[in-house]
Write a new protein. Structure first.
Length: 428
């Protein structure tokens, strides 16, 4: 039986493995670390005595590939939790004002006509601004449509209170400098699709509980061979085919009918295959965790403006904060960050100002920089090697670095391999 070697057990690799194992192929999954999940996994933090994710992630009900993946791996019913309708709570730390953005369920956005559903101080016609993003991106390849700042006005109450925080969270890059095509795809698949596609959801019990553990269990049930502690050092090829994968513990022969899915970070891929175009600039994310049980009734997710805190998550056992595009904070002492962030949380929640148990996690290369130049460097799944394809949220998915993009890339890689193999099967 032909074997598919998948290198990298982040969500992109897991997605490819699940898709291919479901077709009856023999799948061997190789991972350098001792556990799966990559940048989307949970771990136990002994300092807090809590299980944390290595990054907070907000998903939306319009993330069809992520939700389809959860169904495919039979994830627990409580893998993702959130409100029954599209509702986004916001607070302005400077003014003390609070509001809830409530898009209606259908595609026709009549909600912008209702002052109680939109951002305070805004008019219905203000919400037409993103049309410039959609027009600029229409028919353009990734990276070819210019920046958001060239397509819409990046100032004013609505921008500061809605478009900037939402686009910054999605793109992890200053919106005015970000690729307009990536922003357009986000808008089309979420707000543009109506409130039914915008219901917010989080993995309250952890990303491993929701995504990783069910995927590993499913792969085991399907007979996949999962090998941890295998770091890929090199790739050998003859003609247009990969013939061997050279791991730190020895080579792995790739047979004449075998294939490879490379689901590794872009900088690792560039070292292994220098001819592959990859993003070269990255943006960081800072996450803060505080061992305090949130007050009853706290919003599951709260967007905060005029503050260092950007998104406040109220999990059952802690408060967590995410700050995107956080390169400016990498050299700030961790305790200084913890004190400033907790001070903002305490103000927002009327909590004791004393700093509780805390943890700060700085992810330096959390995502590729979502600029036009970097978007244009994203590689497609197919490579010059007939039996090797690429996966990863940095590949040309049309989306920024998100869970949805990672899972979509794995599906695309699997589909590319299956399409390449189908003529041969038909000829036989």
């Amino acid at each position: 039986m032909a074997t598919v070697h998948i290198v990298g057990a982040g969500l992109a690799g897991l997605s490819a493995a699940v898709a291919l194992s479901g077709t009856g192929r023999r799948v061997v999954l190789h991972e350098a670390a001792k556990q799966a999940g990559g940048r989307c996994r949970s771990y136990f933090d002994p300092a807090l005595g809590l299980t944390l994710d290595n990054g907070n992630h907000l998903l939306l009900s319009g993330n069809a590939d992520a939700l389809g993946f959860l169904r495919e791996v039979d994830a627990p019913a409580d893998a993702l939790v959130g409100p029954d309708e599209a509702a986004f709570d916001f607070a302005d730390l400077k003014s003390g004002q609070r509001w809830t953005l409530r898009p209606n369920a259908g595609r026709l956005p009549w909600w912008v006509l209702s002052p109680s559903r939109r951002v305070p101080g805004t008019r219905a016609r203000d919400y037409l601004a993103p049309l410039g993003i959609l027009r600029a991106a229409s028919g353009k390849a990734e990276g070819a449509g210019g920046t958001i700042g060239e397509s819409m006005e990046c100032s004013g109450p609505l921008y500061e209170r809605l478009w900037h925080p939402v686009l910054l969270a999605a793109l992890n890059t200053e919106p005015r400098d970000s690729d307009v095509g990536l922003a357009a795809r986000i808008l089309r698949e979420t707000l543009g699709a109506g409130g039914r596609a915008c219901r917010p959801m989080v993995a309250e019990k952890g990303l491993s509980y929701a995504f990783v553990d069910p995927a590993i269990r499913t792969l085991g049930e399907r007979g996949a061979d999962i090998r941890f502690g295998r770091r890929l050092r090199g790739i050998e090829a003859a003609g247009d085919r990969v013939t061997a994968l050279v791991f730190a513990d020895g080579p792995e022969t790739v047979g004449a009918d075998d294939s490879v899915v490379l689901a590794l970070p872009p900088w690792v891929t560039a070292d292994l295959l220098p001819e592959i175009p990859t993003p070269r600039e990255f943006r960081s994310i800072v996450n803060a965790h505080f061992a305090v049980v949130p007050k009853p009734g706290s919003p599951l997710v709260l967007g905060v403006v005029n503050s260092l805190t950007e998104w406040l998550f109220a999990y059952s056992d802690r408060y967590s904060v995410t700050i995107s595009g956080a390169d400016r904070l990498l050299d700030v002492p961790r305790e200084d960050l913890a004190r400033q962030i907790w001070g903002e949380i305490a103000t927002l929640g009327n909590l004791a100002p004393e700093l509780p148990g805390w943890q700060i996690v700085k992810e330096k290369r959390a995502t590729f920089a979502a600029t036009p130049a970097e978007a244009a460097r994203r590689a497609h799944a197919r490579t010059r090697h007939a039996n090797l394809v690429l996966a990863g949220d940095w590949t040309a998915t049309g989306l920024p670095s998100t869970i949805e993009g990672a899972i979509r890339s794995g599906k695309t890689a699997a589909h590319t391999l299956m399409c390449a193999a189908s003529p041969a099967r038909g000829a036989a």
